[in-house]
Ligand binder design. Structure first.
Ligand code: ZN
Length: 328
């Protein structure tokens, strides 16, 4: 029995918001003992079994989960997922000031995926507009790829379906990380199948890169690119094939340039840009001391007019945006 993929279960005090746990062979997942008393009601849908504090909440979460499962599968894969043979349990802790977060675990075995488990927490609106679509996207990717993805590609893509407030927060964090030496060099990031100790930069950088690639080629191309890279383990070739970018170092450069410019809609072709030295600061031991660090001259991209196509907007009265739910 291999349990090497288990990295713990999200809790309220963890410094990250979302985790997905790949378990290659059946292994015990401890969800903790808190899951019994606080949940007063359950609800069953075609693909989910929800435990939540009230029956109404369980129903709303279940309905939203089914809707996201259908809509997001079409967004990413071009078609809905077939019904799962067994439903995915969702345990939801819902309270107005509860930090938003979630964890999803599942088992890969001989090309199949099963034994879903999802725990989510947060305010109702944040669960419905960010945590749930994020975690549902993990299940769509697991159902499609049937194997673990590089963490940046998984978490990054899942973050692109969160509410704009959450995505803007990731962008602010990215700028902070890039200007304080916490960026991750792309060759290293592409190899990461586990969460690094300094996990937050992986989320924000993965989100930004996923967004960049999706804005260039769309979600279907992103899925095809990831699938190709997984199959060949040759990400450079996959990059060239789907994005006409020559190598990870060049991707890093064009992405950084895009971030510097405030993340504009990318040009139709950025391939062929002359390679430059890596400029993610402080990430590569032995990095040339004269490589130019990123200057903190960014303008944080606003999210006005960039509403999540998935967000259940009606559930965000006033949109106070509580940035207090920031890094934990
Ligand atoms: Zn996640």
């Amino acid at each position: 029995m291999e349990q090497g993929r288990i990295t713990g279960v999200n809790g309220t005090a963890r410094p990250y918001r979302h985790r997905v746990h790949w378990v290659l062979v059946v292994a015990a997942i401890c969800l903790g003992s808190q899951a019994t008393e606080a949940f007063a009601a359950g609800h069953r849908t075609q693909n989910f079994v929800i435990e939540a504090p009230t029956a109404a909440l369980a129903r709303r979460i279940g309905d939203a989960a089914e809707q996201y499962r259908h809509d997001l599968a079409i967004e990413w894969l071009g078609k809905p997922l077939p019904r799962w043979s067994r439903p995915c349990p969702i345990v939801a802790q819902v309270a107005p000031h509860l930090g938003a977060g979630g964890a999803t675990s599942f088992v890969f075995d001989t090309g199949e995926v099963f034994n879903w488990n999802m725990t989510i927490q947060g305010s109702e609106e944040r669960i419905l507009d960010s945590v749930l679509p994020h975690e549902i996207t993990h299940t769509i990717f697991a159902s499609h790829f049937r194997q673990p993805l590089p963490r940046w590609a998984d978490e990054g893509a899942c973050t692109t379906v969160e509410h704009p407030v959450e995505r803007a927060r990731q962008h602010r964090l990215l700028i902070e990380f890039l200007t304080t030496g916490r960026g991750i060099a792309f060759p290293r990031m592409f190899e990461m199948r586990e969460y690094p100790p300094d996990v937050l930069p992986l989320y924000s950088q993965g989100y930004s890169l996923a967004r960049y690639l999706i804005e260039r080629g769309g979600r279907h191309t992103y899925v095809a690119f990831v699938g190709d890279g997984l199959a060949s383990n040759d990400w450079a070739s996959a990059l060239a094939k789907y994005y006409a970018i020559d190598g990870l170092a060049n991707l890093q450069n064009v992405w950084l340039d895009w971030v510097r410019k405030g993340c504009p809609a990318p040009p139709a072709a950025v391939a062929g840009m002359p390679p430059r030295s890596l400029t993610i600061t402080g990430t590569t031991r032995g990095q040339s001391p004269d490589s130019a660090p990123i200057t903190p001259s960014y303008e944080v991209a606003t999210t006005s007019g960039r509403r999540s196509i998935y967000a259940l907007q009606a559930r965000r009265p006033g949109d106070s945006s509580s940035p207090a739910e920031s890094v934990r």
